[in-house]
Design a protein around this ligand. Structure first.
Ligand code: IPM
Ligand code: MG
Length: 357
């Protein structure tokens, strides 16, 4: 039987609850599809930091590199200085493990979930690929004379030829598996350095003659996302623009509660997380929707090679959201585990149906 070693970082706020829900679904998937996971928990969180002063270290990263994948809950605590944990853990994992693809599906599971009038699931089904190791997130720059009237703050956008090329190539590859269209989103009219994105996009085109290409500026893209989401199949963009566009994309699909993402280095240990934050206000009440975390689990399983199990989980989410069995945005009182049970049941049943055919 296949075995996978999974690191689990539940984090803060609603993170532990939605993570437990995702692991419950994982149990069902293991039974249904005949594989096993060995799970190792890691404590990094705001609460842990306040209690111990501990952050993620280089040695921790060394250990994580030996695992198959990491499931991440949510991070953020009101009493911890802004950005400290985000930069140490989230960006620490993305940069430390060189997870250069941030894969963010923007998929509408049920018409009732979108705020857009008249848009159906077939109209909103795109895959946003956000570059994940460069841009302003590389932290090139800093503060001079901080806190004085002469203060200067500089943040540089960093783009390397190798970094841009590998993520655009990934975009072309995904487009080949889907509807065959790749859209580049940048701001190369105003930011001259972003011209590199256009050139690499053009240079790689000859390797992918079957992919239809489109390119647009990020301001226009944010408009098109809302007015004509059906125009997009696979979208590739910079780190910062991808951050912003995918919150917009999540809103089109029913909010942050349902959106999942993968921080991926193909062939290496990668990290999967719901897009939402720790939502301290809702913590401990069992009301947070685990759909994003369960979706992240589905992506994790596909990454390690359990494609069938990953697809079964995503199909279950889609079906249960569209027939109204699970609510989507909020799980409702005591609902986090209820939702997980419904998905787990559906995953088990689907496997039985397949076996009977
Ligand atoms: C995300 C988040 C992070 C980001 C924050 C928490 C650093 O917004 O994953 O989209 O900006 O990448
Ligand atoms: Mg974000």
């Amino acid at each position: 039987m296949k075995r996978y070693r999974i690191g689990v970082v539940p984090g803060d706020g609603i993170g532990p609850e939605v993570t437990a829900a995702a692991l419950f679904v994982l149990d069902a998937a293991e039974r249904a599809f005949g594989f096993k996971t060995d799970r190792e928990g890691f404590p990094w969180s705001g609460a842990h930091y306040l209690a111990t002063g501990e952050l993620m270290t280089e040695r921790d990263l060394e250990h994580l590199r030996t695992l198959d994948a990491i499931l991440f809950g949510a991070l953020g605590h009101p009493d911890v200085p802004r950005g400290l944990l985000e930069r140490n853990v989230i960006l620490g994992l993305r940069f430390g493990l060189d997870l250069y693809v941030n894969l963010r599906p923007v998929r509408l599971y049920a018409e009732r979930l979108t705020p857009l009038k008249g848009k159906r699931p077939q109209d909103i089904d795109m895959l946003v690929i956000r570059e994940n190791t460069e841009d302003v997130y590389a932290q090139a720059g800093g503060l001079v004379h901080a806190g004085t009237p002469n203060e200067v703050a500089i943040a540089e956008m960093v783009f390397t030829r190798a970094g841009v090329e590998r993520v655009i190539r990934y975009g072309f590859e995904r487009a080949l598996e889907r509807r065959g269209k790749l859209t580049l989103v940048d701001k190369s009219n105003a930011i001259a350095a972003q011209e590199i994105w256009r050139r690499v996009f053009d240079d790689l085109a000859s390797d992918y003659p079957d992919v239809e290409r489109d390119a647009m500026y990020v301001d226009a893209a944010s408009m098109w996302f809302v007015t004509h989401p059906e125009r997009f199949d696979v979208v590739v963009t910079t780190n910062l623009f991808g951050d912003i566009l995918t919150d917009l994309g999540a809103a089109l699909c029913g909010g942050l509660g349902v959106a999942a993402s993968g921080n991926i280095h193909p062939g290496k240990v990668s990290m999967f997380e719901p897009i939402h934050g720790s939502a301290p206000k809702y913590a401990g009440k069992g009301v947070a929707s685990p759909v994003g975390a369960i979706g992240a689990m589905a992506m994790l399983l596909r990454h390690v090679g359990e494609r069938e199990a990953g697809d079964a989980i995503e199909d279950a989410i889609a079906r249960l959201l569209s027939d109204g069995t699970i609510p989507g945005v909020e799980a409702g009182a005591g609902g986090t585990m209820e939702v997980a049970k419904h998905v787990a049941d559906a995953v088990g049943t689907r496997r039985e149906e397949a076996a009977r055919r």
